[in-house]
Design a protein around this ligand. Structure first.
Ligand code: TLP
Length: 349
């Protein structure tokens, strides 16, 4: 049987041997009592890497975002977010269900909002018709835009607009480390522009579970209450924080390989008939292809490619997403390209 090549997401990455060993040997305690030394080390180290006062280990990216939003806003408030952001698109309306706030969807350019767009979306107050704009939430890299990176000057613009209006800024940095590697800057050089930031350890960094939310000490204490409320207070969580530390310390620089593989794949696939790729969006480890020109729907394309042993995701009626990661190498990506080329020959035959 040929090897299955899984390009559905970087979430499918397996923990490395070093992570498994760190899990086996992790020193643990009850983290709800604040007594798990490994969790505390992960939180302190992540706060340092992101240049924030404090941090909180959470179960997932979704929990990190939702705990952050709930700690920032009140029921009836409004959260400004890019129109196709993960918090709007993929978190099961949690902002409405948990914080009781609504999202103001603002369309960006390749996932990036301008200061003027954000300024225009902030509600005028006092006005009894208007909700209070309580938060601006940015996504970096932006998933549905194709893993695009926020330029630092764009972050600075939004930060200035937020500060002038007294509205805090949160970053869904599920793939912030990809953004840092793509820009060649330190993670804190990105995080400095936002008040709070959530980073995932379980995507390109290969940890089995977990995200970390960072911000001011006072904010993290409020977030800790929300995490408990949502059932995220974990006990001997050091066993899952330990591989997270390995992820943070050893898995960031290698993301450059994933970016190079995505670029190679995107450029190769863009040459095939009917495959439409906006190469400007291919800045990190995500490649989105519009397959409309092949005459196939995204679902049909995904199913047929799956039969050839290559997995990818439907990302819209005719959009398909491929994500490179640690567990696929250049040879796998070349084999995936060959499978796509073969599928199209079949489709046109
Ligand atoms: N994204 C997943 C799916 O939910 C789409 C993926 O395969 O890309 N923010 C962003 C920008 C994300 O891409 C994700 C996961 C999350 C938050 C949520 O993280 P988890 O899955 O840990 O809750």
């Amino acid at each position: 049987m040929t090897k299955r090549i899984d390009l559905r997401s970087d979430t499918v990455t397996q923990p490395t041997q070093a992570m498994r060993e760190a899990m086996a040997h992790a020193e643990v305690g009850d983290d709800v009592y604040g007594e798990d030394p490994t969790v505390r080390r992960l939180e302190e180290r992540t706060a340092e890497v992101l240049g924030k006062e404090a941090a909180l280990f959470v179960t997932s990216g979704t929990q990190g975002n939702q705990v952050a939003i709930a700690a920032h806003v009140h029921g009836g408030d409004e959260v400004i977010a890019e129109a196709e952001s993960h918090i709007f698109y993929y978190e099961a309306a949690a902002v409405a269900a948990i914080a009781g706030a609504q999202i103001r969807q603002v369309p960006g350019v390749r996932g990036v909002l301008s200061g003027a767009d954000v300024r225009a979306a902030i509600r005028e107050e006092p006005n009894p018709h208007h909700p209070h704009t309580a938060l601006i939430s940015l996504e970096n890299t932006h998933n549905r835009a194709g893993g695009t990176v926020w330029p630092l000057h764009a972050l600075a613009e939004v930060q200035a607009v937020g500060r002038a209006a007294g509205v805090p800024v949160h970053m869904d940095g599920a793939r912030l480390f990809n953004a840092a590697v793509a820009l060649g800057v330190a993670p804190r050089d990105i995080a400095q522009y936002v008040d709070t930031v959530q980073v995932c350890l379980s995507k390109g960094l290969c940890a089995p579970v977990g995200s970390v939310l960072a911000g001011s000490r006072a904010f993290i204490e409020r977030a800790r209450v929300w995490r408990k409320r949502l059932g995220g207070g974990m006990r001997q969580a050091g066993v899952i924080a330990a591989p997270g530390l390995v992820a943070l310390e050893t898995m960031v620089d290698r993301l450059a390989e994933d970016h190079a593989n995505a670029r190679w794949f995107a450029e190769a696939v863009a040459e095939l008939p009917g495959m439409d790729v906006d190469l400007e969006t291919v800045q990190t480890n995500i490649v989105i292809v519009d397959v409309a020109g092949t005459g196939l729907t995204a679902n049909a394309f995904v199913n047929r490619l799956g039969e050839a042993g290559v997995l990818c995701s439907a990302f819209g009626p005719t959009r398909v997403r491929f994500v490179t990661h640690h567990d696929v190498d250049r040879a796998d990506v070349e084999a995936a390209f060959a499978a796509v080329a073969g599928l199209l020959q079949g489709a046109h035959a």
